[in-house]
Design a protein around this ligand. Structure first.
Ligand code: ZN
Ligand code: ZN
Length: 69
C-alpha cells in the first residue's frame, strides 16, 4: 500500500511504506509517525463489499508530548 501524508493540504510522499498514520503538532509543526497497522472499520467494510483499498491517509492533529510540557 502506498503511503501519503497530507499536511496542510500538501501531499508528502513518505519514506515509510508500511501502514501508519501521522500526527501533526499544532504548536511546533512536527510530523510524527504513528503505528496504525490494522485495517480501519471503514476499510474492513469496504473490503467486505468487494472494494480494493489502495491507499489510506490518516492525519491526527493536536499538541505533541514535547509541547504539552
Ligand atoms: Zn509540538
Ligand atoms: Zn510517515
Amino acid at each position: 500500500m502506498r503511503y501519503v501524508a497530507t499536511v496542510d493540504g500538501e501531499e508528502r510522499i513518505d519514506g515509510r511504506t508500511d501502514p501508519h498514520a501521522h500526527f501533526v503538532c499544532n504548536k511546533c509543526g512536527r510530523i510524527y509517525d504513528v503505528e496504525d497497522t490494522k485495517p480501519t472499520a471503514a476499510e474492513t467494510a469496504l473490503m467486505g463489499d468487494g472494494f480494493s483499498v489502495e491507499s489510506r491517509s490518516v492525519t491526527y492533529y493536536g499538541v505533541c508530548g514535547k509541547c504539552c510540557k
